[in-house]
Design a protein around this ligand. Structure first.
Ligand SMILES: *Cc1c(COP(=O)(O)O)cnc(C)c1O
Length: 804
């Protein structure tokens, strides 16, 4: 047994060295760390490829239905540790590298983050891909291979500065170019009708070519494909123009193709609204739908059986033009009659809604849409007249008809992408219970009345492989020792920890792991930012996109109030706290960027003030991304989930923190509601207005000034910020930001302040009860296994895709 294992190990050792020589072209003696990094991935890849081919073959042979997940974003982060762990090869790799004096953890740090997403929506797509493979569901993720994905954030004098992310600068050993898999994607031009037959003659076209990345499921059962599209011109250079001396004009098509896959629009919860964005959406959606139909015809040769073999999930409205593209292929290319095509389309497509914010709902000016996609515009009109006919038949009045229409007729006419997705899908799901209910009552109230069977809930989840096992090996080990290994295959089994919630020895071991994670994070912050932290302080963390509805500002105001209190009452027994912030702001989002500056201004003043005696430290960690999340979350004691109730669709950061034993301080918003239901009221700190309260207050003309006058602590904190205590170099910097709270306080910072501050002081009291805190942490870990994306995906599989 031991011998065969050694033989296996030495075979792998030799394999890496062979790869280093023959694929990297380096001798062991000359190889640099980066060469070993590449060799490690190539060697691992070889093992993955065997499973990949085997998985694909199995699906073809069985004629299984496939799931197609269309998403503008896949925020996958690093892949090496994930793939090694899921393949069960971590130990083997560590040993092989050690023989050459190399440390796997160090090589892992060389991998750039694949930052092909803004935030939660893109990360969800990445967790889903991993869970699909884990559950052995044949699936493809379809998206765009952005050359510079999400921008890299630098903080310069406290301000956010955006730099291009160059994740592909040293190549990407995970990718497989599929040159043979390419489609011509057209834009503009005209539509010609000859008798029954309609032809679209685009004025321009680019080539979409597939680049595949393998996605390994837990225990390596299945390997699925993430297929990202890259763009190239039909003619790389116009030689006639070049020879005539027009060297730039000769490359125009190349530039046009490049721009399609150059950057991800760095906006979260705001539609970009620009022509290039619509081009990107159509580009990847059309390539994906054509690829899906091509695969189907190759193996089934009957377009009518598509819904039996393919389920297309639209991750938000970004790919919702898929509805029109699929109809175009059915009718124009496969000669189906409209009604039959429409039934097939609805059976195949389903749509996930991610937002209720009206300003975040995508719509396109009709003239732009018509110019870029003239045939799709016709198809959308045809769909619309059918939908409106059904609405009239059902007795809808004019206001309801106007709300249901795929065309917004108010003012400048626009195409409503959410209505298109709703009409063309058999299932429309929300991402948390509260969000789904609000969807029925607000954005889709009228469509829901017309088609009452379509809306359903699928509460989000996160993969416990990345968000527990890989990011927190210490905690994973303690849990295995306590309850065995079953939870590794079924996170719901973590509930076995409930019986041990009062076990002092377990509480102690978990606290030791937490402390060592905090030491590691403190070392990182010391090394990268020069700020010294006390690992015994309470680590209070808010990391997520910077957005007014997420209310980093509420947290900062409370930080200022606490600072004030500590200085006024140095004699009290203050709990030492570290306030950690992180997150990117959309480059055009003025208030969000100002919040980043405020966090940094507060940090500079507080951290340098000897009178707080180290009781309070404030840190803004630059460039929040997946790898940073993996570092920070295992070190958190307190998880800030404090959005204005009714505005966060689900949140998934909340789940990652609880799974790593942090307590949540939060509002009854998004999935927080369900987290409370699972961990129990006593093990979460809930404060503030409910979604209903917020709606009522907004309707009744709420007066924030009155609230501020009634709260001394709040009033003082706001005046300190507004008067330049933290910005002596520019005393008016925050006048407008604070003025917004006085004037309208749309996000209810003032309304929720007292309740939030009281909740924070109750957190202090809990922290002093060490045993109580530890028991609550165990209760959190024990009861959030339900928020595994395996559970979410199995619900999609059974209820929507019918593949389980
Ligand atoms: C989980 C995650 C998010 C989503 O966080 P929320 O708190 O749910 O907004 C965003 N970015 C990264 C890098 C993540 O890992």
């Amino acid at each position: 047994m031991l011998d065969s294992k050694n033989a296996f190990q030495s075979e792998f050792d030799e394999h890496i060295v062979r790869v280093l020589r023959h694929r990297i072209g380096k001798d062991e003696k000359a190889a640099k760390k980066h060469d070993w990094y590449n060799a490690s991935i190539y060697a691992l890849r070889d093992a993955i490829i065997d499973r990949w081919i085997e998985s694909t073959r199995r699906t073809y042979d069985a004629g299984d239905k496939r799931v197609y997940y269309l998403s503008m974003e896949f925020l996958i982060g690093r892949l090496l540790r994930d793939a090694l762990s899921n393949m069960g090869m971590t130990r083997q790799m560590e040993q092989a590298l050690r023989a050459h004096g190399l440390d796997l953890a160090e090589l892992e740090e060389l991998e750039p983050d694949a930052a092909l997403g803004n935030g939660g929506l893109g990360r969800l797509a990445a967790c889903f891909m991993e869970s699909l493979a884990t559950l052995d569901i044949p699936a493809y993720g379809y998206g765009i291979r952005y050359v510079n994905g999400m921008f890299r954030q630098r903080i310069s004098d406290g301000w956010q500065v955006e730099l291009p992310e160059t994740w592909l600068a040293h190549g990407n050993p995970w990718e497989f170019d599929r040159m043979e898999c390419s489609y011509r994607i057209g834009f503009g031009g005209e539509v010609v009708a000859k008798g029954d037959h309609v032809t679209w003659n685009p004025a321009e076209a680019v080539e979409a070519t597939a680049v595949d990345t393998p996605v390994v499921g837990w225990r390596g059962k299945r390997v699925n494909t993430l297929r990202l599209w890259t763009a190239s011109p039909l003619d790389p250079i116009r030689l006639d123009a070049f020879n005539a001396g027009d060297h730039f004009g000769a490359l125009e098509e190349q530039v046009r193709a490049d721009s399609l896959v150059r950057v991800l629009y760095p906006a979260d919860q705001t539609p970009a609204g620009q022509e290039l964005r619509l081009r990107q959406e159509y580009f990847f959606t059309a390539a994906s739908v054509q690829d899906i139909v091509r695969r189907h015809m190759q193996y089934e040769n009957d377009i009518r059986t598509l819904p039996e073999k393919a389920a297309i999930q639209l991750n938000d409205t970004h790919p919702s033009v898929a509805v029109a593209e699929l109809m175009r292929l059915f009718v124009d290319e496969h000669g189906l009659e409209f009604n039959e095509a429409w039934a097939l389309c609805q059976k195949t497509v389903s749509y996930t809604n991610h937002t209720l914010l009206p300003e975040a709902l995508e719509s396109w000016p009709l003239p732009l849409f018509e110019r870029l996609l003239p045939r799709h515009m016709q198809i959308i009109y045809a769909i619309n007249s059918r939908v409106l006919r059904e609405a009239r038949k059902a007795g809808c009045d004019d206001a309801q008809i106007a709300a249901i229409s795929l065309i917004d007729e108010g003012g400048e006419r626009r195409v409503r992408m959410a209505n298109l997705a709703f009409a063309g899908a058999h299932s429309i799901n929300g991402v948390a219970a509260l969000h789904t209910e609000l969807m029925k009552e607000t954005v889709f109230a009228d469509l829901h009345r017309l088609y009452p069977d379509r809306i359903n809930n699928k509460t989000n989840g996160v993969t416990p492989r990345r968000w527990l096992q890989q990011c927190n090996p210490g905690l994973t080990k303690v849990i295995r020792d306590a309850i065995g290994d079953e939870f590794l295959d079924d996170a719901a089994k973590l509930t076995a920890l409930n019986a041990l919630a009062g076990d002092a020895a377990l509480g102690e071991r978990i606290a030791e792991v937490k402390r060592s994670n905090k030491v590691a994070l403190s070392d990182y912050i010391k090394r990268t930012m020069g700020i010294r932290l006390d690992p015994d302080a309470l680590f209070d963390v808010q990391i997520k996109r910077i957005h007014e509805y997420k209310r980093q500002l509420l947290n900062l105001i409370e930080t200022v109030a606490l600072y004030d209190q500590i200085r006024s009452h140095p004699e009290r027994d203050w709990i030492p706290r570290v306030k950690i912030f992180g997150g990117k702001a959309a480059p055009s989002y003025h208030n969000a960027k100002l919040v980043i500056k405020l966090a940094n201004d507060i940090a500079r003043r507080v951290n340098a003030d000897p009178s707080v005696g180290g009781l309070l430290k404030v840190v803004f960690v630059p460039n929040y991304n997946v790898s940073l999340a993996e570092r920070i979350i295992p070190a958190a004691d307190l998880s800030e989930q404090i959005s204005t109730a009714g505005m966060e669709a689900s949140g998934t950061g909340n789940m990652k923190f609880a799974l790593n034993g942090a307590l949540t301080i939060g509002t009854l918003d998004g999935a927080n509601v369900e987290i409370r239901d699972h961990v129990g009221d006593e093990n979460i700190v809930i404060f503030g207005l409910t979604a209903e309260d917020v709606a009522e207050k907004r309707a009744d003309g709420y007066n924030p000034r009155e609230v501020i006058e009634g709260s001394r602590e709040l009033g003082q904190a706001l005046s300190a910020i507004a008067s330049g205590v933290f910005s002596p170099d520019d005393p008016n910097r925050y006048t407008g930001l604070v003025g917004g709270i006085y004037d309208h306080d749309w996000f209810m910072c003032a309304a929720d302040f007292d309740s939030y501050a009281a909740a924070q002081r109750s957190v202090d009291a809990r922290w002093e009860d060490k045993a109580g805190w530890r028991a609550a942490a165990i209760r959190n870990i024990a009861n959030v296994g339900w928020f595994s994306s395996d559970r979410t995906i199995s619900e999609y599989a059974k209820d929507i895709w019918k593949v389980m």
